[in-house]
Design a binder for this molecule. Sequence first.
Ligand code: 26V
Length: 818
Amino acid sequence: TAASPDPRTDCSREGLRKAVLDNLFYATGHAQENAARGDWYTAVAYTVRDRMLKAWVQGIERIAADGDVRCVAYLSAEFLIGPQLGANMLALGITEPMREALASLGQDLDAIVFHEPEPGLGNGGLGRLAACFMDSLATLGVPAIGYGIRYEFGMFRQAIEDGAQVELADKWLRRPFPWELPRGGQQYEVRLGGKTHMETAPDGTLRVQWTPAKTVTACAHDIPVVGHGGTHCNLLRLWRAEAVEAFDFSTFNAGEYFSSVHDKIFSETITKVLYPNDDPYQGKQLRLGQQYLFVSASLQDMLHIHHSLGKPLETFHTTFAIQLNDTHPAVAVAELMRLLVDVHGMDWDTAWSVTTQTFAYTNHTLLPEALEKWPLPLFAEVLPRHLEIVYEINRRFLESVTAAHPEDPDLARRLSLIDETSPRFVRMAHLATVGSKAVNGVAALHSELLKRDVLGDLAAFFPEKFTNVTNGVTPRRWLALCNPALAACISNRIGTRWQDHFEEEIIRLEEFADDPDFQAQWQAAKLTNKQRLTHLAKTILRVELDPAALFDVQVKRIHEYKRQHLNVLRVIALYNRLRRNPGMDFVPRAVIFGGKAAPAYYLAKQIILLVNRVAEVVNTDPAVAGRLRVAFVPNFNVRSGQVIYPAADLSQQISLAGKEASGTGNMKFGINGAVTIGTLDGANVEMRACVGEENFFLFGLTTDEVQAVQRAGYSPAAHLEGNPELAEALDQIRSGVFSRGDAGCFRPLVDNLLHRDEYLVLADFASYMDCQDRAARTYADPAAWTRMSILNVARLGMFSSDRSIREYCRNIWNVPVE
Ligand code: 26V
């Protein structure tokens, strides 16, 4: 007789059914009759996790045992991993048997999947990119550890109250998170504050001693990241801060009791909450503490792994390739030097050689104000020893600068790791660049502008370091999982290999672009997705959308440079056309917005209010008769993205040229069959080159034109003269048409546009309107539009994060990959 299958790995329908019931009883303590949706979720999650563990344990063993393969360590303050259950079932290939198993128990898998609270451990693009990269690393079988922070409160939950954003705490850990394993064995002490002094070591050499003011413990929590097919599993290791010792009961008197509790509270504050970006960091001691905690714990962990392989310290860079995801972990350069020199007694030159062969740095922004710099006094207070190390790195670096360029005496000031204006700052991008062997931007244009403007002097000094790796997104989550209708339509024609060989396979759709049968199936899939979003809008927003309308979508963080207000001005202009001429030929549109504003970003919050006020007027005006609808989807996150991207016809990527580093939403929309209307910014440039200019709606000034306009002295009001539609829209906003008669309401926003308009909204308005009209005319021809949609998907193969990761492996990490 055949051996009975292992109840924890059996993936048959019957096996899954038994395992779910078993977990329901033994993990949640509920009989089937009394189980709530959350209990079913827990039972299913444990059942899936069991089936990942074998690959996981093997993956960890591989990292810990095979010193010949360089392991990638991706250091990121954010990992926006999104809901896990659906993605993990997809990777293991057990979605359908699980669906059937649950159906036989009277349960609906989709409802259970939808129940999972989402870990919002990131702000937006940067954190989600890290999660897509982890997915691709596992799928490509590259050994990797993602190191980050386990925030107790992730990105705030956004509610809309009377049109305005309200921030609520994100209690994602209210119920235990079934995908993490707390690792009691992996704990490291991290020191903060205090003073340094010189001390003579037993061997007579002088060493710096750091006497910290505080010590906290970093505790590892591991989340498995399983690759497509389920064979390879990597690890996401997130750190939580804990008090070194919770209580010392033997010695306490009342005073010590309270101070020890106080100390515990301070320690645990460090990983309490994620900082929203586009939030000024000056004065944010705790944020530097967060960054240092996860960096120090991660490096100690890597040194521990390296040591356990029995390899000498000088070869650390052959065990790990460390990628710095922006400058948030850049203090790692100084920390690795400290660990090698102060703790392990290595000489400075050897340590510097190891360090600069270990790190590589990715920059993610072109906005000068977004480059991290720490006020020197703050840095000195939190990390006194690291400031000394930064000074020493800088002294040696500037010596080499002056030696190489005696003709440019100002160069040292511009390249320095210290900004000498008062107050003085540590420039984290400079530290990251000097300490790394490679620096990359995240799209071709961005990498060029980095070299030309943002990091121009550094790039001229280290030309060989600077390179580009264009971003990508995982086609598993962002097509196979979120868009089952379109995925089935694609797989019917070209099979399923596109899921893990996207670039190679998806291009095969090209030949079906004009096939009437295929077009009909494609349109049916899109309609299904639009109905799904229509249902969501109706239930949570009470806004009635028409699935036949052109779904015109802008979802992303709210920021002036992304120009949601340009989109709103266009909506108002369309509204005015309809009111003036109700009988006009008009392609019905649903204009959908979503995104969070940083809590302290006043103008971004005004933009949200304006969208909601315009929606209120437009959606209730009988003259419009439903042909124009506006909706703001609250709390845009990974989960709602998975419903929104698949339903879009038109993707709005309208940032001012030269401001958006890459964008990744543009790619998510594109592979779900939305056509882009956009500027020549970020990765839009490469997307347009791939899909063909005839399949992309282009408008707006180019980067060079923007710079020319700004150099010549931009005057926004000049753009009102030839454009009565624009003047009218601004006038209506100012006079209270969209603020229930309150004329003062949007004054800050309107004044900004009329007198400053840093992001050239008014300059691009006319070009945007024309382009929108072209898009509407094309949409009115379904065969032409569907052809564009199919060709967009077919030709966006290179925007898979698998391609990005292959490039990192080959050009930066020197790690073998298929
Ligand atoms: C930070 C700040 C700080 C203060 C002032 C304004 C501001 C604006 C943005 C940021 C965030 C910078 C880092 C970031 O999230 N970059 C995003 O990274 C994505 C992944 O590479 C990329 O697709 C986006 O274009 C880029 O904005």
